[in-house]
Design a protein around this ligand. Structure first.
Ligand code: NAD
Length: 260
């Protein structure tokens, strides 16, 4: 369905991003991976996407907290793949701390990665998308783009910011065939959440099992984690013709969390 298109999926060496890259490759889309991790494992992922799905696959190790690295990554996608058709801003990190103790360097890093990096990839993708008259931008936000939790000041602020960026991008792209939406998952059990479980346990003096049951899934009415495949399938839907009139919205996949 997406044959001939190229998707850049940031933070796709792990968790949700990896599942999105895999799903879009299965739809025939060329994939550019990005993120950190073991070089051998990333190379294996890249090769298996290419061989299993008959697509081109590339990788950028860009640290998205650094603007020059983002600019180099976008140039690489332009030079080797003819530019970005589908941009998935997924890379993100979390840090949990009471606001008065929140380390300033962590605040700056989270805003740079979870918010500013999306601004840079969007601004650098827009000219090519406008020229082609087609583009899909999917920002992986969070239920925390709509509601807050204590101890997550930088994350919640960045995700609320992504919601605003999504709306502006949708309006500016609307008559150019560009659509921009954010997907707002509830808790998905990925390495990011595993780390958060450990941090929250420390911050609140609880066991990790108690955090999962009483803190994370307490907020999620279905009492089930969202799967990475469900987020990936929704992303693919937004890239399909059936998703063409969905624009500028924050779409919840959270088991009813934000209905409360
Ligand atoms: P993850 O930790 O499994 O993956 C994060 C990815 O980002 C990795 O590939 C990592 O290498 C990459 N990354 C980290 N720092 C980077 C940097 N400076 N530059 C480039 N890449 C970097 O996390 P995940 O749970 O899959 O989360 C992915 C996205 O989904 C994040 O934006 C997160 O906020 C969002 N999200 C996750 C959940 C959840 O419950 N897991 C819920 C809602 C939203």
């Amino acid at each position: 369905m997406l044959k001939g298109k190229t998707a850049l999926v940031t933070g796709s060496t792990s968790g949700i991003g990896k599942a999105i890259a895999t799903r879009l490759a299965s739809e025939g889309c060329n994939i550019v991976l990005n993120g950190f991790g073991d070089a051998g494992e990333i190379d294996t992922l890249k090769r298996s996407l290419a061989s299993e799905h008959g697509v081109m696959a590339g990788y950028s190790s860009a640290d998205l907290t650094r603007v020059p690295a983002i600019e180099n990554m976008m140039k690489y996608v332009e030079d080797d793949f003819g530019g970005v058709d589908i941009l998935v801003n997924n890379a993100g990190m979390q840090f949990v701390s009471p606001i008065e103790d929140f380390p300033v360097d962590k605040w700056n890093l989270i805003i740079a990665l979870n918010l500013s990096a999306a601004f840079h990839t969007i601004r650098l993708s827009f000219p090519g998308m406008k020229q082609k008259g087609w583009g899909r931008i999917i920002n992986i936000a969070s239920a925390h783009a709509k509601v807050a939790s204590p101890f997550k000041s930088a994350y919640v602020a960045a995700k609320h910011g992504i919601s605003g960026l999504t709306k502006v991008t949708a309006l500016e792209g609307a008559t150019h065939g560009i659509r921009c939406n954010s997907i707002c998952p509830g808790y998905v059990l990925t390495p990011l959440v595993e780390n958060q479980v450990a941090d929250t346990a420390k911050a609140r003096g609880m066991t990790e099992e108690q955090v999962k049951r009483d803190v994370l899934l307490a907020a999620q009415p279905t009492k089930e984690f969202v799967t990475v495949e469900q987020v990936a399938a929704f992303t693919a839907f937004l890239c399909s013709p059936d998703g063409d009139q969905i624009n500028g919205t924050d779409l919840s996949v959270d088991g009813g969390w934000t209905a409360q």
